[in-house]
Design a protein around this ligand. Structure first.
Ligand SMILES: NC(=O)c1ccc[n+]([C@@H]2O[C@H](COP(=O)([O-])OP(=O)(O)OC[C@H]3O[C@@H](n4cnc5c(N)ncnc54)[C@H](OP(=O)(O)O)[C@@H]3O)[C@@H](O)[C@H]2O)c1
Length: 285
């Protein structure tokens, strides 16, 4: 029988305390990887590290806020020290906002989304580069279909995820000759806690809006993690889930039509659900 691709590999996962990150950790633990788990909620990370150890893996919980560059540097240094190097970094930590740009009182909440989704990815990648180069390793960035197609109300999320896509493309080309692969993942709807953490125009959690926006739950976090790890093992360039590929092609060929279709298929039903859930909507179109 073939050995699991990540057996004995040292893997850093950001945003491991819930959703897709947690599932990635558990599946890698079953393969016998050596894991460094990062997020802010230490209690959840410690519990997950215990679950991974019970599955036979080595696992370290490292409390990290990816918006703080120095904490990302420490996370990477700790991972390299603990396991003698890093074979794979999965930049997965993320957050979301649903609000019209004109309704933001200031740009603090916008900047926060950029800090988590884009700069968190940039910081961890930057500090992991020497280790990944040494191991001819793998960089895996969890973007979103929102990094290929924007919708009204998603300006901060789209800006951050389009940023992750461009960043990943540039870094992929820079690292290709060094034997490091960059795999970009564009999930569609995944059942996670993202809806609970989606913030409104004031940067406050707005679970009703999140529930309305993220209601078409099509994929489990388990399935998303499986697809991600298979793509990483094969060093694939990019995976777009759900309607991602046809939608991205349509956006290139017929952008105006695709914008209208996105509003009709995605935004209007979400606004309708939101009206039903809480009687109002943060903005209308
Ligand atoms: N769910 C979807 O439908 C969907 C679709 C497309 C893309 N994605 C992407 O998938 C990734 C994972 O999200 P998810 O759906 O699994 O959501 P989730 O369950 O809310 O998980 C998000 C993770 O990010 C961590 N995180 C948030 N802010 C952080 C910070 N400042 N520093 C460190 N960690 C932080 C959270 O942990 P702490 O709160 O403990 O820090 C949590 O572990 C995100 O990048 C998201 O954009 C999700």
């Amino acid at each position: 029988m073939r050995e699991p691709p990540f057996k004995g590999k040292s893997v850093v996962i950001t945003g491991a305390s819930s959703g897709i990150g947690r599932e990635l950790a558990l599946q890698l633990a079953r393969q016998g990887a050596r894991l460094v788990l990062a997020a802010r909620r230490s209690d959840r990370l410690e519990a997950l590290a215990g679950e991974c150890q019970a599955l036979g893996a080595q696992a370290l919980a490292t409390t990290t806020d990816v918006t703080i560059e120095n904490e990302c540097a420490k996370l990477i240094a700790r991972a390299a020290d603990a396991f003698g190097g890093i074979d794979m970094l999965i930049n997965n930590a993320g957050t979301a906002q649903f609000a019209g740009l004109a309704d933001l009182p200031d740009l603090n909440s916008f900047r926060r989304v950029m800090d988590v989704n884009l700069y968190g990815t940039v910081y961890c990648t930057f500090y992991a580069l020497p280790h990944l180069t040494r191991s001819h390793g793998r960089l895996v960035n969890i973007a979103s279909l929102g990094g290929f197609l924007a919708v009204p109300g998603s300006s901060s999320y789209a800006a951050s995820k389009f940023g992750v896509v461009g960043f990943s493309d540039a870094v992929r080309m820079e690292l290709a000759s060094k034997g490091v692969s960059v795999t970009l993942i564009g999930p569609y709807w995944v059942v996670t806690e993202l809806n609970q953490h989606t913030v409104d125009q004031f940067g406050l959690p707005d679970p009703a809006a999140g529930q309305a926006v993220y209601t078409k739950r099509m994929m489990t976090a388990e399935r998303c993690a499986e697809i991600t790890l298979r793509a990483a093992a094969r060093r694939r360039r990019q995976v777009l889930m759900g309607p991602g590929l046809p939608a991205a092609v349509a956006k290139l060929l017929v952008p105006g039509f695709t914008d209208k279709a996105t509003i009709a298929i995605f935004l209007r039903p979400a606004l309708e659900r939101m009206r039903k859930l809480r009687g109002d909507v943060p903005f209308d179109i």
